[in-house]
Design a protein around this ligand. Sequence first.
Ligand code: GLA
Length: 747
Amino acid sequence: MIVYHEPSRTYTLHTKHTTYQLAVHPTGVVQHVYYGPRLRDCDLTGLLRYADRGFSPNPEEAGADRTFSLDTTPQEYSTCGVGDFRLPSIEFELPCGSRTADLRYARGEIRRGKYALEGLPAFYGGEEEWETLSLVLRDDAAQAEVELLYGVLEEYDLITRSVLVRNVGEGPVRLCRCASLCLDLPRSDLDMVTFNGAHLMERCPSRAPLRPGIQSAGSVRGASSHQHNPFVILCDREANEDYGLCYGAMLLYSGNFQAAVETGQFENARLVMGVNPYHFTWTLEPGGVFSAPEAALVCSEAGLGEMSRRFHRAIRDRLVRDHLRGRRKPVLVNNWEATYFDFDPEKLLAIAREAAALGVELFVLDDGWFGKRDDDNSGLGDWQVNTDKLPGGLEALAPTINGLGLSFGLWVEPEMVSEDSDLYRAHPDWALRVPGRAPARGRNQLVLDFSRREVRDHIYAQLHRVLSSAPVTYVKWDMNRSLSGVWSAALPPQRQGEVYHRCVLGVYEMLERLRTDFPEILVEGCCGGGGRFDGGMLYYTPQIWCSDNTDAMDRLRIQYGTSFCYPVCTMGAHVSVVPNEQNGRVTPLETRGIAAMSGAFGYELDLSKCTPEEKACICRQIETYKARWELLQLGDYYRLTDPFREGPYTAWAQVSPDRREALVSVVFGGARAVSPFRVLKLKGLDPGARYQVDGAGCWGGDALMHAGFPLPAVKGDYQAVQLHLTAVDDQLPPCNCVLIESGSINI
Ligand code: GLA
């Protein structure tokens, strides 16, 4: 619900559990007033206080009043060069050469439904569930209108933000910065959590108290990156999973981004998040509009766990567009780690045959099926089947796979080109490259200039042909290097600052075409694993390969970090061989299965080489997954331990929304003798219900949460158990708690 209160000129945005208020000051500056737990309708502008502060200038409209300064008042969208010295949200380059921005309120509108952002990912939903607040601000010197957009998805406690910049003058308008979100908080005693890492170890949380100055996370790699994620949290210093005020901010963007927080001189904090200003400029012709990517905010007064669950629900139901919604996604097998480039139809069919017998439903042919591609030095850009390797092409292979009872999927990497390819030989200027500079190669490949329509059209036509040639139901869309030498032969020098962003828009446009033309294809995103795991991609690819690291123990950490914003069903996770290909660790197959099924589940190993015992175990895993997928993929997710802290085990649980059922997964670390008796306290259960625990009797919800469940002692490294809990009917006579003996749980 959005309410406008004329006497105080406040707009108040209510979600089910949160309230956000902003006010229009008599000067026309739009001030931020409050964001936090839900309040009744009220005017909170009394919270805004004014004082004459040294070295804080006063705008013209303040007249003789020296207490109003842009430098000190909290704002909805910060300007630059006109008296606010903190992080700017927007910056114009005026025709005179000045780089400033100054905004004053012109008009506001509250309307039903959600605003639209052309060509950009965005949360969606029905007219009846969304409300939009549009505030139009003007910068007369820049001849521009800046429209701040707020979407309120009340039931999901989600507030989205975006910004449209419109050229309302006669000449060009040049933007040098345009953030999606500015959030001015009246306090700085907060922790900032960012999610950082590297290829093979993505999204490791890092938490630190805000300190004076600017702290930030961001990417200049052309993709949101393995190194930092466009999701940040600001929270109470003492906030934990279950307690404390937390703000989560995600940016639905897959390119260069920046999320920066500045702690100001008066113990306040400003978060600015959006497209990274690095090498960004945008020229708007008269009437032209620039749309900043959407950002989304969640506030939880009940700790990080509840914040994550709010994001999970909203992303699952109102961001991901999944034609399989409400249905189980197929269990897949991917041949990458099984064969790499070295395959022929025999090898592939041997894996597929075994997979079908074990209950797998989808066979994915990874890299190496096209062009001249026997290693990663050539072939990208030539999206025709290599019939030397696959005689008869996909037209022969896919139906044979179908005949085994499996659907068929295919890997592609459309944004890239190898210099050793027909495409590059024909169109060398289609690769991004700075004139006069030698290109830097990544994986010995270059990046195509997706800002250019003709480049995208050419690649798309090839993909369309391939995907129409066979019954393909799944595509893995990969991207295996960072962008460098970013320069487009199609744009003049003064517009080169648009190339990074135009490339991202090009990727989105291609993915949208793919969705439209092949609505039945499930597209999984990938970028050397999780290098582009963000809300932007999730709008087009309902799942993303979480990491190239398939080691179960490392995956516990990667999936844990990822879970702070993104739901389990979006995280591609596969069981692979041991010793693990990335780190050499040996973990039990059961453990690998338990780690992978808390993700978009599949296998990535040569199933034809598995022993009978391994096959039996895989069969059981697939049966468990099929029986419990709803709980695993759609249940409320509870992190029970932090795998980054030294501890004997990692545990998490999925609980059905009605709290009648739960699945608890526990993965132990290295073996030790005489281990202490361990008790695991569960979360999210109904304290008044009694639960039947698989093979371990009946327990009260209150007991399981407050006293805990006795974990079995396990032998050997990296063992795992899964406990399935179902609430038993209240009419039944009281249960007796059966204390289990070490290792007696049926798993
Ligand atoms: C990337 C992906 C892998 C695999 C290879 C193929 O690294 O993340 O899963 O598809 O490319 O080259």
